[in-house]
Design a binder for this molecule. Structure first.
Ligand code: S3P
Length: 430
């Protein structure tokens, strides 16, 4: 448990860890590329370590110097001895399903921690089976552990019911090994890191609206580039600086991929005082510096196509909404119930304990502010983003907030609490 005390203000410069989504993809594509991949600023959280662990168990060669990662698999990937452990990482489990299903001769069991073992997997196993994949597992293949027997897959056209970058990525990775084209049609656009990275590594994709077709005609080349900072980690400091008085935070080299930065648009409507200075592309991904000042926020509405563009930032948007004047309504976010915890329920419960006026809706929240947050005891429910969102709320509360299970922040942001102390003027990052 961790106690977070209120802060009068926060200020300083932050370099957030490398983007988690991009890091997973760089590791996976590096392990199946002809020349291997070297990336600087590889994400240091537990989730990406899970992906690396799985790939190493299948013969990938990994070397790490500081945050620079090199990965290749000179003899290809082969059946691991023992189960692959995806830990808490949905991205690891779902994307590896797609990759392994199309590797003939490879047999693997994919397992995860208790939380991950409850999360839905049919969203990947069903469309992969339609391509000829052999995947068996708990509850008909809806839960880990899953047993995957790699084989030659057929190309297919998939119309997804839910916008999910993990599912899209699994199917595009499966499509890497088919002779016929594979098409994925999303109902709404989700993060497009896989498309950008495949293109960067020399695989042409055909994109038309929300439809992506992969028809690989050549092997994946290798590459070397720098991964931008994770916008989802930056989001906590963006909101913290906005809701605290006299604050200013400068976030250097943050990913600015428009399929990730929906939070900036929503907060912009709410009155965020912020400047963005683009730095150009890194490995096909836009990056830049974000400077945020204390802001007078007012309520807004967020729904529909905006939701996938800020899916991981909705818990911290809820904190901003609690401190904003008027009502904020967040709808069409039912997917939050299937994340590392039921984020709709856990965020509603925690913010209510701290004195916010939150109504839990089936697919989101109605939040009326501005709240005078109080101290109290909240639970992360084992969810890194809930833990960090509550920590930011605690900075604005008028009494100490105890966060049960705060350690899970390390899933995506191991240095989060020491950076919080430094920005609040309580000491240096360790
Ligand atoms: C991710 C996609 C998102 C996001 C998750 C990471 C990815 O999930 O919530 O944290 O790296 O592809 P969806 O599959 O629901 O888009």
């Amino acid at each position: 448990m961790k106690v977070i005390r209120s802060a009068k203000r926060i200020s300083g410069t932050v370099t957030v860890p490398g983007d988690k989504s991009i890091s997973h993809r760089a590791a996976i594509l590096g392990a199946v590329s002809s020349g291997g991949v070297t990336v600087r600023n590889f994400a240091d959280g537990a989730d990406c370590a899970s992906t690396l662990g799985c790939l190493q168990k299948m013969g990938a060669v990994v070397s790490k110097k500081g945050s620079t990662l090199s990965i290749s698999a000179p003899s290809g990937l082969s059946s691991p001895a023992g189960a692959l452990d995806a830990g808490n990482s949905g991205t690891t489990a779902r994307t590896l399903c797609g990759l392994l299903a199309g590797l003939p001769g490879l047999e693997a069991t994919l397992a995860g921690d208790d939380g991950l073992s409850k999360r839905p997997m049919l969203r990947v196993t069903e469309p992969l089976r339609a391509m000829g994949a052999s995947i068996t597992g708990e509850r008909g293949g809806d839960n880990l552990p899953l047993k995957i027997t790699g084989r030659k897959l057929r190309g297919a056209t998939h119309s997804l019911k839910t916008a999910s970058a993990q599912v899209k990525t699994a199917l595009l990775l499966a499509g890497l090994s088919t002779d016929e084209p594979t098409t994925v049609i999303e109902p709404l656009k989700s993060r497009d890191h896989t498309e950008r990275m495949l293109t960067h590594l020399g695989i042409p994709l055909y994109m038309d609206g929300n439809s992506i077709t992969i028809a690989p005609s050549r092997p994946l080349s290798g590459g070397e580039w720098t991964i931008p900072g994770d916008f989802s980690s930056a989001a906590f400091w963006i909101v913290a600086a906005a809701i605290l008085p006299d604050s200013c935070v400068v976030l250097g080299n943050v990913g600015l991929n428009p399929t990730r930065t929906g939070l900036l648009k929503a907060l912009g409507r709410m009155g965020l005082a912020c400047t963005v200075e683009p730095l150009g592309l890194q490995g096909g991904e836009p990056a830049g510096t974000i400077t945020v000042h204390s802001s007078r926020l007012k309520g807004t509405e967020v729904s529909g196509a905006e939701i996938p563009l800020m899916i991981d930032e909705l818990p911290i948007l809820a904190v901003a909404a609690a401190m904003a004047e008027g009502t904020t309504e967040i709808r069409d976010a039912m997917e939050l119930r299937y994340k590392e915890c039921d984020r709709i329920a856990v965020v509603a419960e925690g913010l209510t304990v701290l004195g916010a006026k939150v109504t839990e809706l089936e697919d989101g929240w109605r939040i009326t502010g501005p709240s005078k947050l109080t101290g109290g005891r909240v639970s992360s429910a084992g969810d890194h983003r809930a833990a960090m969102a509550f920590a930011v709320a605690a900075l604005a509360a008028d009494g100490p907030v105890e966060i049960e299970g705060h350690e899970c922040a390390a899933v995506s942001y191991p240095g989060f609490f020491s950076t919080l102390d430094r920005l609040a003027g309580r000491g240096e990052d360790r």
